[in-house]
Design a binder for this molecule. Structure first.
Ligand code: RIB
Ligand code: CA
Length: 316
């Protein structure tokens, strides 16, 4: 890790794509990972926490502090995605039972304590799942929002619509009330929506190259994406799995690989038909104040070149 490393907290619901994002971040010397905070999402909290431990052990990074967070959305019953991620949330390969500990402090308290301790505007939150932990921290400690440097959140969709419903992307759908709080918090927020992640598609050649690394990490990422890809292939007919969460780390490391627009984004929280839909005022017709940098293009080849370069740094 370099002395000018960016301090980050990764909030996550692993999930194969979360796993790739965490491995991507752990291999990047530009980043100082202060902690990983788990949340319920793709699978229930016990499994997302277990999976976070397995991913850090796969990376041989048992120094990483993992905190357990909220086990359900603010105001809705938890909806999970075993149909996509499998029963364990990391289907595709069987990893050894983890032995590294979970921290005793709750994720929300870790987020609050870290933001109060670290100098103002020096910590970036990278959210890869429903934003329940972040919103709960804002409700419990409103003083921390202005202390955050930036939030980069995988979530939402506009031109690409939704993935769990026609209108809503999964992270936003699971906890729209949490997303509403974060959107209103006045934080420097970048949203990484399906409009971008649906174009961060793996390929069989890429998976083959990963396997050719002959490392545990290469094999795990190849197996996860092979498993994860089947759902999107069947649904969209796409050749490849969308690497949603790794786009958050890619943007953090090389923002120039993406384009976007600073616009107003609101979220539907009430309608049974469209709950979780992100209403992105891309054409600025509402006059509502801009509250997010909403990404809409990715340099796919540049992204995969960077991701492959970092995953290749693992020698085991
Ligand atoms: O819609 C994609 C998002 O939902 C990703 O973060 C994936 O891991 C799931 O959490
Ligand atoms: Ca996720």
């Amino acid at each position: 890790m370099s002395s000018t490393a960016q301090k980050i907290i990764i909030d996550t619901d692993p999930g194969q794509d979360d796993g790739v994002a965490i491995l991507f971040a752990l291999a990047s010397k530009e980043l100082d990972i202060l902690g990983i905070t788990t949340v319920a999402g793709n699978v229930p909290l016990a499994l997302t926490s277990q999976n976070a431990r397995m991913i850090c052990e796969l990376a041989e990074r048992t120094d990483i502090k993992i905190f357990v967070g909220c086990d359900a959305p603010l105001n809705k019953p938890l909806v999970t995605a075993e149909n996509i991620h499998g029963k364990t949330g990391l289907d595709g390969i069987t990893l050894p039972e983890p032995t590294m500990p979970l921290q005793s402090m709750h994720s929300v308290d870790f987020i609050i304590e870290t933001l109060r301790r670290e100098p103002e505007k020096t910590v970036t939150l990278c959210t890869l799942g429903p934003m329940t932990n972040i919103a709960t921290a804002f409700l419990k400690a409103p003083d921390i929002a202005p202390r955050i440097k930036k939030i980069i959140a995988m979530g939402g969709g506009f031109f690409e619509g939704g993935n769990i419903t026609p209108a809503a992307e999964f992270n936003m759908f699971v906890d729209p009330d949490a997303a509403k709080i974060v959107l209103a918090a006045g934080v420097d927020l970048t949203l990484v929506p399906l409009d971008v992640t649906h174009f961060a598609l793996t390929s069989q050649e890429w998976i083959k190259n990963l396997r050719a690394l002959n490392t545990k990490v290469g094999e795990a990422v190849a197996s996860w994406t092979d498993f994860f890809e089947r759902y999107d292939k069947e649904k969209y007919g796409s050749a490849g799995a969308p690497l949603h969460d790794p786009c958050v780390i890619g943007y953090l490391l090389r923002p120039e690989l993406f384009t976007g627009r600073h616009i107003n984004v609101e979220i539907e929280t009430e309608s049974p038909l469209t709950a979780g839909a992100t209403v992105a005022d891309w054409w600025r017709v509402t006059g509502r104040p801009a509250n997010a940098f909403f990404l809409n293009t990715i340099d796919r080849d540049g992204f995969f070149e960077l991701l492959t370069e970092r995953l290749s740094l693992y020698k085991y």
